[in-house]
Design a protein around this ligand. Structure first.
Ligand code: ATP
Ligand code: MG
Length: 405
């Protein structure tokens, strides 16, 4: 079947009352962004759905791209034909034939926006149904649970026929929920936290702490590669790298072993908070999961979260590792996350971190540091890069180079 359109349904978006227009506009922008290299497409964002006029572009190639756009409930490839009952019949038959294996049942459903059209919905259903039965004598019509459904819509500009509906990515269009930071390590969990944040419409900016020379360029590259992968859902993503070496060395020297990790995390969060506010972000996302490791007990969260009132959102807080991995595999971050380049937390991790750190102790040890100076110097070393989903080639090139080393 040579499809001429894709019809996109909005889902949750349609319940958003007054904000509807801005949601549709944002979705339109996001759809246009992922399809920017198909110059012949015409995208028409309407109130109830979005139409993409393919103008000869391959439907499958376009649908593959739509998979990553949040805010799409589902979509159907469709054919637009002239409002002529003979042509509608033939097209419907062709659509049935493409799927028919000799056993399935079918149903024709018609909607009519154009009431001037000479036939009403019942007449169209009957005429098309009879036509299909005449050509495929063994096929049975089934009203309740048909195997093959043909939907006909008679609109003002033509008749649209569709049969298949594919689920979209769901969620809300990225950008409609405002901006926030994601604390991105090179691990498995934080990229998933970022994915889930974007799924709820949040525009995320990555904050990554790195500690050269203790951490290698590969560790930094890994976080950037993960960002490339996540950028397919968002368009461009700002990647903010924060030097953390001096802070970690100082903490290692001055803080008792049991509190190394807690104080380190407090400093990370202090910096993330400063950066987020500076960049007008509204919240901080991270990849913590309750009870997964020592730094992620509820007691630890109390002792770390203490440094800020900014909402800290933990999308994977209640997920099991296996559930997180399942998403990581689905979105293609897992392979990258398991590359063996250690980040700054792993290298400076104490052998016996306190699983139940005390808030007053954490405050006390932290207060002994030259907080102001440490933070100032880290902030002075920040570097921000824009990462695009089209940096794939970079990722590949680097893999090749690193495999030669
Ligand atoms: P992840 O798989 O996301 O690394 P994890 O289970 O390894 O998580 P931790 O290493 O304890 O857990 O980190 C908890 C969270 O702290 C991470 O999910 C991430 O949000 C943040 N974090 C850890 N290391 C870094 C880093 N180098 N830069 C930025 N954020 C970090
Ligand atoms: Mg980690």
């Amino acid at each position: 079947m040579k499809y001429t359109e894709i019809m996109i349904r909005y889902g949750e978006l349609s319940t958003k009352g007054k904000n509807r227009r801005s949601f549709i506009d944002r979705l339109h922008g996001n759809v246009a962004k992922v399809l920017q290299d198909f110059p012949d497409l015409r995208i028409h964002p309407k109130r109830d759905r979005m139409h993409i006029n393919l103008n000869g572009t391959d439907a499958q190639a376009v649908m593959d791209r739509l998979q990553v756009v949040f805010g799409i409930q589902n979509y159907s490839p469709a054919v637009r034909v002239a409002k002529d009952l003979e042509i509608i019949k033939q097209t419907a038959l062709q659509m049935v034939q493409e799927q028919y294996d000799g056993k399935q049942t079918f149903k024709i459903t018609t909607k009519r926006a154009d009431h001037e059209f000479a036939y009403d919905t019942n007449q169209i259903n009957l005429a098309v149904g009879d036509y299909v039965s005449d050509h495929l004598p063994a096929i049975k019509a089934e009203m309740r649970r048909p195997d093959i459904k043909i939907k006909i819509e008679v609109r003002f500009d033509g008749a649209y026929l569709s049969s298949k509906t594919y689920p979209g990515a769901g969620g809300l269009p990225v950008g409609t929920a405002g901006k926030a930071s994601l604390m991105l390590s090179g691990g498995i969990d934080s990229p998933i936290a970022g994915y889930l944040a974007m799924k709820r419409g949040v525009e995320v900016e990555m904050i990554h702490f790195y500690s050269p020379p203790y951490t290698s360029v590969h560790a930094l590259q890994k976080a950037q590669d993960l960002t490339v992968r996540l950028a397919q859902y968002a368009g461009n993503i700002q990647f903010i790298q924060v030097p953390f070496t001096e802070i970690q060395e100082t903490i290692k020297k001055q803080v008792p072993e049991g509190y190394l990790m807690t104080v380190q995390r407090r400093l990370m969060l202090r910096l993330a908070d400063i950066i987020t506010k500076e960049r007008h972000g509204l919240a901080i996302f991270n990849g913590e999961s309750v009870g997964q490791v020592a730094s992620q007990t509820l007691e630890s969260m109390v002792a770390i979260n203490d440094v800020t009132n900014t909402p800290i959102i933990r999308p994977v807080a209640t997920m099991d590792k296996t559930e997180i991995i399942k998403i990581a595999e689905k979105i293609g971050t897992f392979e990258l996350s398991i590359q063996p380049f250690e980040d700054c937390c792993t290298i400076f991790a104490p052998t016996h971190p306190k699983t139940k750190p005390k808030l007053d102790k954490a405050r006390e040890y932290e207060a002994q540091l030259d907080l102001k100076g440490l933070i100032q110097r880290a902030v002075a070393g920040i570097k921000v890069t824009t990462i695009t989903p089209f940096d794939h080639y970079l990722e590949k090139e680097n893999q090749e180079i690193s495999s030669l080393l």
